[in-house]
Design a binder for this molecule. Structure first.
Ligand code: MG
Length: 169
């Protein structure tokens, strides 16, 4: 493999419904009246982040690796998917270098937990917090996001080759 960095893009949207547990970017929002509908925990940010990492590494997307129709994926924590995406990228000789996420939603309001989401993404994908960013946007009352019916996450990830040679070689 060459030593050039690689960019990947992931986009995911989940419908929001009343009474569902709300988790965004691996961070729970216990007071939120709505939460994402999904076969797993519905964490659109983590799903988009995984697709960005997998895409940059030239690997199959999340839906192909963990299909909805497989009962093993029902209610599964999306953090499992992150670990698997990092592992598979690593096998390809790549590590996540930076990540930038945009979350479009009316609820929950992200600002109070924005730093917590950055820290969680950094932890899950193995990079320093200062190379992860998260921006919250509303849907400006337009379309499904603006009406509060859905949450959409868009994530870009930069991957760089990792030198897997032992230090004493
Ligand atoms: Mg999803």
């Amino acid at each position: 493999m060459d030593d050039l960095p690689r960019i990947g893009l992931g986009i995911d949207l989940h419908r929001l419904e009343a009474g569902r547990p709300c988790i965004v970017g691996g961070v729970p929002f216990p007071g939120c009246p709505v939460g994402p509908v999904g076969h797993s925990d519905g964490d659109a940010v983590l799903h988009a982040a995984c697709d960005a990492v997998l895409g940059a590494a030239g690997l199959d997307d999340l839906g192909t690796l963990f299909p909805d129709r497989d009962p093993a994926n029902r209610g599964r924590a999306s953090t499992d998917f992150c670990a698997e995406a990092v592992r598979r990228a690593r096998v390809r000789g790549l590590r996540v270098w930076s990540m930038d996420a945009v979350v479009e939603t009316e609820q929950p309001k992200l600002a109070p937990q924005r730093q917590a989401i950055r820290e969680r993404l950094a932890q899950l994908f193995g990079l320093p917090v200062d190379r992860v960013n998260v921006k919250g946007k509303t849907g400006e009352k337009v379309d499904a996001i603006g009406r509060g019916e859905a949450l959409r996450a868009t994530v870009v990830a930069l991957l760089r080759p990792v030198d897997l040679r032992p230090l004493d070689s």
